[in-house]
Design a binder for this molecule. Structure first.
Ligand SMILES: C[S@@+](CC[C@H](N)C(=O)[O-])C[C@H]1O[C@@H](n2cnc3c(N)ncnc32)[C@H](O)[C@@H]1O
Length: 229
């Protein structure tokens, strides 16, 4: 029973090792079972705990909002899209959220889903068509390249995805629009950061509490697109 005045004490779940389960998957399972964000996502009906990263970013930086048009890059399984639907009021009859991933994604009411590699040459045109020719208010990317285990390579591949996402954002955003993207520790550097600072009124790096402390991910929040030069 919960102590008076304090939160209920959660007992840590320990997972026994099993013959067919590797040590790494036992650790993963134990982490999932003890993660309060996993439990919260289950009880609040989000399909991924990552939804809370966007909720925390948006609560602090106010990028989403009723009626806004949102592009979700690297959207599967769909936690960020679900948050975007809730905060924009997108519906199937008037969809304001467009999602892209090369993985399968179960349908979400109010979301137009493209199953496609964002790095394909025709992806920007497909996203623009899915927006019905409208410009976007928000481009958000939680894309991560599959990890190789070689940290410098993983870093470069994720930065590349972020650069392509930033180029796309600058081609599709309305003036005043916002760009949110996953980057790796160390944040956005060099030319990309300089370009973003030129194109947006403010640029922040943020580590939302829902992002695991041991993860090297950070998020870039660029607000107030100045418009195409
Ligand atoms: C961390 S997950 C996104 C989780 C999502 N934000 C959510 O809340 O459910 C990253 C996704 O990026 C996708 N991704 C990575 N590179 C991509 C690419 N080039 N084109 C499309 N999707 C990509 C992966 O398939 C993966 O589903």
């Amino acid at each position: 029973m919960a102590e008076k005045g304090g939160p209920p004490r959660r007992l840590k779940v320990r997972v026994k090792t099993a013959k067919r389960r590797s040590a790494a998957s036992t650790r993963w399972l134990e982490r999932q079972l003890n993660d309060p964000y996993v439990a919260r996502a289950k009880s609040e009906g989000y399909r991924a705990r990552s939804a809370y990263k966007l909720i925390e970013i948006d609560d602090r930086y106010h990028v989403l909002g009723a009626g806004k048009r949102v592009v979700d890059l690297g959207a599967a399984p769909g936690g960020w899209s679900e948050v975007a639907v809730a905060r924009t009021g997108s519906t199937d009859t008037d969809p304001h959220v467009v999602a892209i991933d090369y993985l399968d994604m179960d349908p979400i009411p109010g979301v137009v889903i493209l199953k496609k590699d964002f790095l394909d040459d025709d992806a920007p045109a497909a996203l623009e068509a899915a927006l019905g020719g409208h410009r976007a208010d928000v481009v958000m990317s939680d894309m991560a390249a599959p990890t190789t285990g070689h940290r410098p390579t993983d870093h470069l591949r994720t930065i590349h995805l972020c650069e392509v996402a930033a180029d796309f954002a600058e081609s599709i955003l309305k003036p005043g629009g916002h760009f949110v993207a996953k980057v790796f520790q160390g944040g956005t550097e060099g030319q990309l950061l300089a370009n973003l600072k030129r194109s947006f009124a403010t640029v922040h790096h943020v580590k939302p509490p829902a992002s695991r402390a041991e993860s090297v991910e950070l998020y870039l929040v660029a607000k107030g697109f100045r418009g195409q030069s």
